[in-house]
Ligand binder design. Structure first.
Ligand code: ADP
Length: 281
């Protein structure tokens, strides 16, 4: 059962109630194919009304800036914006999840060095712009080894690295800079495969949780208070890698923190039995 509770505050910040929701995901877990199809349709249909809410909230924020709306509304508008941003994230994740499961894998040459450099540039600009929603975090430190060109679906593989780098940036201790090492290894016993590691020095994942963080909607209970998320990012990564005949697992980083280990064939291999939803064409 997934429980979600948000306090409802008045303009002075006093608690006047709470909004809660709970849903039992057991049955859904058993019908993953249905869920992926449903996720895609629901997310698509939720996007339009959410854009309307986001648009009017922006108008209200402009009125506040111009003094056309009372300044006492500022905290309310800020809270609506946070809620809207969370819903946008959930919708994006649901769509990515449906895509990772059902979209056709389109194998092309992908320069992983370029993909990673792009994501780092994008994510660090976002941080400088104050996108984290907390106190400005110290700038992250990246060390990126030479990365190979592989054959894979470019947008799916980008999604994997974006989710993993996003997590490595997010699950840090407040006030500490994220330190992220990304490297490629070429195992002697499997020359057709590359092993990629994304290691961080963040809060880590308890060993007994490491195999489960790839399940859809699974979040480490100890993390849910301080860090927002949907629990879909790693499920997307696992699905994308499965479809490329690759693997992903989580281990402790010997230096403290988490190390995500990916294996993927260099010369693009598709899973022999690509998972397809009964609802997909
Ligand atoms: P979320 O949207 O919650 O970040 P993910 O599927 O990406 O969802 O990750 C699942 C859970 O695994 C997270 O809620 C978090 O508890 C844990 N996790 C993932 N990556 C890391 C990391 N680099 N360090 C610590 N915990 C992590």
């Amino acid at each position: 059962v997934v429980l979600n509770a948000q306090p409802l505050l008045d303009r002075t910040g006093a608690r006047i109630g709470a909004v809660g929701s709970s849903y039992d995901v057991t049955a859904l877990r058993e019908r993953e194919a249905d869920l992926a199809a449903f996720a895609g349709v629901a997310a698509h249909d939720l996007r339009a009304p959410l854009m309307v809410v986001a648009g009017y909230t922006d108008l209200l924020a402009e009125d506040l800036e111009d003094g056309a709306a009372p300044a006492s509304m500022q905290p309310t508008v800020t809270r609506i914006k946070v809620g809207v941003r969370r819903m946008q994230q959930l919708i994006d994740d649901l769509l990515a999840y449906a895509t990772a499961r059902d979209a056709r894998v389109n194998l092309q040459k992908v320069d992983l060095g370029e993909v990673v450099a792009d994501i780092i540039a994008e994510r660090t600009t976002h941080l400088r712009a104050g996108g984290r929603g907390r106190d400005p975090a110290p700038p992250p430190e990246f060390s990126v080894g030479p990365l190979p060109v592989i054959e894979a679906d470019p947008s799916m593989i980008r999604q994997v690295f974006d989710n993993l780098i996003g997590n490595a940036l997010k699950y840090t201790r407040p006030g500490e800079p994220a330190r992220i090492d990304i490297a490629a290894h070429h195992p002697d016993d499997e020359p057709s495969t590359v092993r990629l590691t994304i290691a961080d020095r963040g809060i880590g994942i308890p060993a007994d949780e490491q195999p489960h963080v790839f399940d859809q909607f699974h979040r480490v209970a100890a993390h849910t208070k301080a860090y927002t998320g949907t629990g879909l990012g790693l499920a997307i990564c696992k699905r994308v890698l499965q479809r490329h005949d690759g693997t992903i697992r989580a281990t402790d980083n010997p230096g403290g923190g988490t190390c995500m280990i990916i294996t993927i064939p260099l010369a693009g291999t598709l899973a022999t039995d690509p998972p397809r939803s009964p609802a997909s064409p």
